[in-house]
Design a protein around this ligand. Sequence first.
Ligand SMILES: Nc1nc2c(ncn2[C@@H]2O[C@H](COP(=O)(O)OP(=O)(O)OP(=O)(O)O)[C@@H](O)[C@H]2O)c(=O)[nH]1
Ligand SMILES: [Mg+2]
Length: 333
Amino acid sequence: MLVKTVRGRTTSEALARVREVLGAGAVVLETRRVTGGVEIVAATERPGTGGGASPAPAPAARPLGEHAARLREDLVAFGFGPVLAERIARAAEANLDEERLADPLARLAYARRAVGLWLAAAEPPTSADGVRVLAVVGAPGVGKTTTLAKVAAREAIAAGRRVVLASCDDQRLGGAEQVEGFARVLGVPFRLVRDRRDLDRARVELSPGTLLLLDTPGIARNDGEGMDRLAGILAGVSAEEIELLLAADRDGASLADTVRRFRRLRPGRLGATRLDEAVRPGALVTAAARARLPLLHLGNGPRVPDDLELADPARLAAWAVPSPRGTRGEEAR
Ligand SMILES: Nc1nc2c(ncn2[C@@H]2O[C@H](COP(=O)(O)OP(=O)(O)OP(=O)(O)O)[C@@H](O)[C@H]2O)c(=O)[nH]1
Ligand SMILES: [Mg+2]
């Protein structure tokens, strides 16, 4: 067995290096915070089997034992993609002793920790000296406007920050008016952004420290023209300022399709809505792990501003890998 210690600025960066160095079949033995990032101790039985950026299929391997196979089935039932479920089950088999692998609570606790390691949280956009933009993009009806209203309320009222609500949803009747209405209720300024120049102008005109929250129209699957227009408006916006929202109640194939389509806009952040409606939460976690984007906002209900939280990988993992009813989901020792 080959054991290596690898560092990265974030957990996902360190995990990516683990896969580069040890290949797709590597298992994580330990993760610790160190100055400047995260350190991961990982091992593999077969050095140099080749890596894969996303949870790619492991090379053909012996069948899983009974208990690990049960864990894989449980994860698939929670909505996890079969490839990720298989990887987690294999890691559990490699790392847990027989007694803990046979204990459903202990193996689920292991899976929860492994899932948490696949996810990374993004810094909220609050520390910039200049004007910071947060543009929220996504499919129609995913909850973009609601999420921005929640963020605006939290930042303006709770954090006392200068916030401007903006919209480039001006092609659809009532699109921008909805945001304008939220701005009025919250007592924050509103701006209409018709093109890239409007956005550049806003950066110059607004005072430093302002958070410009930009609502965008939902882009349907066949709306290439809408995607082109939005790509043009966001051309001068950095990836960290673009958050792609996914609806947690969609199936894995739809989420993967959304991530693929919206790559065009270069989102550097992922957010999710409708966690309260998700029946198979593993689908969202699988999409997030494959997208390899840090998570920012999570919406767990329609109420503005209450139903919003900043993503926390461990909490998200606990939500996606629930404990059986009547247990407390204690961690495996
Ligand atoms: N249950 C639940 N409903 C939500 C959540 N977020 C938003 N909604 C509801 O989803 C519906 C659509 O929300 P919008 O914010 O208008 O969605 P949008 O993405 O801006 O829609 P378009 O601009 O038409 O693309 C509304 O009824 C919201 O109240 C959530 O986290 N959970
Ligand atoms: Mg909207």
